[in-house]
Design a protein around this ligand. Structure first.
Ligand code: PLP
Length: 426
């Protein structure tokens, strides 16, 4: 069965033919391909076409697809059974690894997705502070929990429904939103409502409205504001954790949050999330404390094996330096190609994460990101896809580099970009 036939069938059976909205290609137009196999930097669709993949399963595949060390760890774990419903040794190793690599994490709880991690973190923030309001940023995405689907990014932004029907008004009213990278706006909000705010949650590098880096001193400023008003600072590192640096964005920018959420890389491609932070806060989580949170499959032995294998790989000396230099090579190369073709274009990057914008401006805000030429992006996306390069199918997603991308892959990507830009411009 080819891609088109599969999609026709899928559309009869699943909303939009997919199990997660952005996969459907709705904003870029056309139909998604169906992957039959992945290895290293590549995906192969059911028709046998190969793509250089800059999404990496939306983040987890930082060491490339189907890495032998990860595959073998999973195979070993599977031989002992899929799930036990009791504690297992790999959970302890995982907790030790995370707390060692990220100093702000003194205790951690494993869950099954990034969404669960962020939902649990704000429950903890509310339970620990006795306050009910949370602050998030316009264009930031923290999964699909009710409290977060207010001016959200990623698919919600892509499809023009940043605040979803089905989120009760009473719930949405407890979520205060701020413009990202505007410290004065945050100061004004805290001056007004600071004593009602349980926590402020932020993607320290915003990766769900394309890729926007925090301005110098911005995260430090938020840290000070939270301290001054007794609110918890929560870094959502589901995307940035172990990617922008070994210790995540908090290590890269030198800011210590109270709580942190993880996902993606810590599961190595399996459904995993985690939240953790200060010991005095985490000890308030059940069963050591009264704030309830649980999961039948949390800390699953096969998922832990996959995640631990990837965390082992990213600890290799120089891993993140090499990843960052590959990302720079790609971004600088794309900039040179766009300049050569006279196309207004800019990029952002940090560690193994990047953003591509069809505008001459350096993008630092949500308003700038949404004002870029998305029609041009969509034409470029399809030009690249036709040439075997898979970028995220939306102008509002970050790109991900892996250690499996070679210089040749990047050179091939730049050649495809030259042709695709020429085509997209006309
Ligand atoms: N937080 C951030 C920053 C994310 O990028 C995502 C997903 O892309 C999530 C949370 C939600 O994670 P999940 O899709 O695993 O529920």
């Amino acid at each position: 069965m080819n891609n088109h036939e599969l999609f026709q069938r899928a559309r009869q059976l699943m909303p939009g033919g997919v199990n997660s909205p952005v996969r459907a290609f709705k904003s870029v137009g056309g139909e998604p391909f169906f992957t039959s196999r992945a290895d290293g930097a590549y995906l192969w669709d059911v028709e046998g076409k190969r793509y250089i993949d800059y999404i990496g399963s939306w983040g987890p595949m930082i060491a490339g697809h189907n890495h032998p060390a990860v595959r073998e760890a999973v195979e070993r774990a599977v031989r002992n059974g899929l799930s036990f419903g009791t504690p297992c040794p790999a959970e302890v190793t995982m907790a030790e690894t995370i707390t060692r690599l990220v100093p702000s994490i003194e205790m951690v709880r494993m869950v099954n997705s990034g969404t669960e991690a962020t939902m649990s973190a704000i429950r903890l923030a509310r339970g620990a502070t006795g306050r009910s309001k949370i602050v998030k940023f316009e264009g930031c995405y923290h999964g699909h929990g009710d409290s977060f689907l207010v001016k959200a990014g990623s698919g919600a932004l892509t499809f023009g429904v940043p605040t979803s029907p089905g989120v009760p008004k009473q719930n949405a009213d407890l979520t205060l939103t701020l413009p990202y990278n505007d410290l004065d706006a945050a100061k004004a909000l805290f001056a007004e409502q600071g004593e009602q705010i349980a926590g402020l949650i932020i993607e320290p590098v915003a990766g769900n409205m394309n890729c926007i880096l925090p301005r110098e001193g911005y995260l430090q400023g938020l840290r000070e504001l939270c301290d001054a008003h007794g609110a918890l600072l929560i870094f959502d590192e589901v995307m940035t954790g172990f990617r922008v640096a070994l210790g995540g964005a908090q290590a890269h920018y030198g800011v210590r949050p109270d709580l942190t959420t993880f996902g993606k890389i810590i599961g190595g491609g399996m459904p995993v999330g985690a939240y953790g932070g200060r010991r005095d806060l985490m000890e308030q989580v059940a069963p050591s404390g009264p704030i309830y949170q649980a999961g039948t499959l949390s800390g699953n032995p096969v998922a832990m094996a996959a995640g631990l294998a990837v965390l082992e790989l990213v600890q290799a000396p120089g891993f993140h330096d090499t990843l960052a230099s590959r990302t720079r090579l790609l971004c600088d190369g794309l900039q040179a190609v766009a300049d050569g073709e006279g196309v207004p274009f800019s990029t952002t990057r940090v560690g193994g994460m990047f953003g591509l914008f069809f505008t001459a401006e350096q993008v630092e805000t949500f308003d700038q990101a949404t004002a870029t030429d998305t029609a041009m992006f969509n034409r470029f996306f399809h030009g690249m896809l036709a040439r075997g390069v898979y970028l995220a199918p939306s102008a509002f997603e970050a790109g991900f580099m892996s250690s499996a991308h070679s210089d040749q892959d990047i050179a091939d990507t730049l050649q495809a970009a030259r042709e695709a830009l020429r085509e997209a411009r006309t």
